[in-house]
Design a protein around this ligand. Structure first.
Ligand SMILES: C[S@@+](CC[C@H](N)C(=O)[O-])C[C@H]1O[C@@H](n2cnc3c(N)ncnc32)[C@H](O)[C@@H]1O
Length: 320
């Protein structure tokens, strides 16, 4: 999606860019090459530091990394940004390293944390109750066999600890049948990863933080890889653009029901990857890019009680 991101971000010479998901630095480097005056990369994974140091050496004072969850991007005294980009999800570097525990195809400790703090996927598998595990698998994995998988895990963990990715895969394979090309553990691993990293809560709070950090006229670009994430970006932008029920992007900026629109959605605000990219990169097939332009209205209130689902969800604090 790099070409699409660059087109949507439309970085002008000298502008300030926040790359909210630095990862392997591909986007940051492209913004620097496009003439950005300053790029600040954010990541909560400390292992990106060596790649960030390379960019800082190469581009001198035009690049720096801030190690932080992106939900806190406006708490680091950064100047207002002209462009903020999110490329949501895990990086290939994280998936490829067996010791991070993200991949069901590589045996490693059941970790899955992007940062180095907080409970791991092993803690979730060993400590959540059967009904909490079911909720995690159903909400974050959209797994139809959530109940059976949770019951089987609870049974298996009474006999022996489930501490590695291979051990969890064995348990899952004994209860979820293979369907087509999709590995039975795919959705269970996705669910645990989203839960352990509070990915959906981070996305909502990250978008709110970006709203506060963008300068008027600044561009917000969000690339998501599955429908759970896209729904959050879509609802957030519709809400902020005043596209409430009965309203529309063509309505006056001040709506009758809420604060003034803090974002404006351009005509082509949703972009899918090109067919060529879809063919060469299977991960890109579900990608969606959304872009919006910040108005000069004040940022809306962040909802402290926001949750990604109507039902009660287990919290990380419960297994810390
Ligand atoms: C898909 S990768 C980004 C790849 C990047 N665009 C590139 O060109 O290499 C996502 C990165 O965002 C980081 N990340 C995910 N959620 C985050 C959050 N809430 N706060 C900060 N970083 C986060 C991950 O650690 C990962 O390194």
């Amino acid at each position: 999606m790099l070409d699409e991101v660059l087109r949507a971000a439309d970085v002008q010479a000298g502008e300030r860019v926040v790359d909210a998901t630095f990862g392997n630095g591909g986007y940051s480097e492209a913004f620097l090459q496009a003439g950005a005056g300053e790029v600040v990369g954010l990541d909560r994974d400390p292992s990106v530091r060596s790649r960030a140091d390379e960019l800082a050496d190469q581009y001198d004072s035009r690049f720096r990394l801030v190690e932080t969850p992106f939900s806190e991007m406006d708490q680091h005294d950064l100047p207002l940004a002209d462009v903020i980009v999110f490329d949501i999800g895990v990086s290939s570097m994280q998936i490829d390293r067996a010791e991070r525990g993200f991949s069901f195809q590589k045996d490693g400790p059941l970790d899955m944390r992007m940062s180095r703090s907080g409970p791991t996927a092993r803690d979730a598998v060993m400590k959540l109750s059967e009904s909490e595990l079911e909720t995690v698998f159903r909400v974050y994995g959209e797994e139809r066999q959530a109940r059976r998988a949770a019951a089987r895990i609870v049974e298996a963990r009474q006999d022996a600890e489930i501490a590695t990715t291979a051990e969890l895969v064995d348990v899952i394979e004994s209860v979820i049948p293979r369907s087509g090309k999709i590995h039975p553990a795919t959705r269970i691993f996705q669910a645990l990863r989203i839960f352990v990293n509070d990915e959906l809560g981070e996305l909502y709070r990250g978008l709110c933080a970006a709203e506060r950090l963008l300068a008027p006229g600044g561009r917000l670009v969000v690339v998501t890889f599955h429908s759970l994430e896209d729904r959050i970006a879509k609802q957030f932008l519709r809400d902020r653009a005043g596209e409430f029920e009965g309203g529309s992007r063509y309505a006056p900026a001040v709506t009758q029901t809420g604060p003034a629109a803090s974002f404006r959605l351009p005509r082509r605000s949703v972009v899918k990857p090109s067919r060529a990219e879809e063919q060469s990169n299977p991960r890109a097939r579900s990608a969606k890019l959304r872009m919006a332009i910040r108005t000069d209205a004040p940022a809306h209130e962040q909802d402290p009680d926001w949750t990604p689902a109507k039902r009660a969800l287990p919290t990380l604090a419960a297994i810390a």
